[in-house]
Design a protein around this ligand. Sequence first.
Ligand SMILES: [Zn+2]
Length: 424
Amino acid sequence: MKAMHGLCALRGNLVFAPSLGELTVIPKGYILTRDGVVEGIYQNLPAGCPAEVINYGDALITPSFSDLHLHAPQFPMLGLGMDLQLLDWLNTYTFPTEARFRDVEYAQTVYHRLAKELIRRGTTRVCIFSSIHREATHVLMQELEKAGVTGYVGKVNMDRNSTPDLTETTEESIRETLRFIEECCAYENLRPILTPRFIPSCTNELMAALGEMATAHPAVPLQSHLSENQDEIAWVKELHPDCPQYWQAYAKYGCWGEHTIMAHCVYSDEAERAAIKEAGVWAVHCPDSNNNIASGIAPLRKMLEEGLNVALGSDIAGGAKLSMTDVATQAIRLSKLRWLESGKQEAFLTVREAFYLITTAGQAYFGAQPGFGVGEPLHAVVFSDGKFAYNPGLSLEERLERVLYLADKSTITAVYSAGGQAEL
Ligand SMILES: [Zn+2]
């Protein structure tokens, strides 16, 4: 990471989403920063402003992306194992892959690569699952911090229904999690998050202990999975016959509240969605994963209309795409199938809305304002989109659409994170 000193202005075509469905474009505008903190967004710099100008010419500059749900130790299985559904997929492919992260050296190699790839794709904020291994989780955090990725990292808890080499004792899981939380003061831009894998992976005793930790550490949020797959939901009902709805199996242990992240919510009905909204829980839609392992199509439009906190996740490696631009267009594609399935009742996602979900909506989870937040450290991506099929005279909104559908990492020529410039 390269620090930004003094007054500095990025010049380019600025595009951001102030709210759902709204788009602000400032052609050849300026983002003025002081020591990496945004001072203002301008069409023209104030007269006599002594800022050093970094001129990106005709490039597009957007806020960087937030990925609110992904599994770091599944990076080695990216693009593999899409022939099974969730529960078999976990046992056959995922658990053996994650078990390898007891080897810290192996973790180092994988996580170094993952952190770089996130930055090269413009993702600067994450809520990420590690494995059950505390040491490898620190390796992940060190690599993310070096690369410039910020956000929350969770050491996963699993004390049942896993393979023997990926199962903790209850006592070990509690002890290692407490130690992990204490050790996380070592990081500048990364924080710990409690991470029970999902209800079937955690005994009641472990869930109760995690709920107590959540109460004792109000700054440490919690992430998990909810209502992803029908077999999973049936299993949770068997395990918790006292809970008519899946979410209640989290809520009864105190693992349900503001800033709690629940990935998927594919089968969350009206009552479960109301519980999500009332508690201020975040529903994270992972369209590529839901498609790949045939989980289903989440009621995204209903969630948005009902005012739930919603953002997007790559959910690698159920998801095969690390780029949030790919995740955004996958969300659009899947919403069109849902639109057809609903007899054209549930409107599909627009490009503006998908862009909002991977920028403004995601960054709100981390307390950031919409767009390029004034008074906040700069998070931004520069797209040099001139290589796409020749078509001069496109509007900036059309160019944004093309970036979402066509950009790969070679289109990204600069990334700013937490007020510094990341190395690509
Ligand atoms: Zn997941």
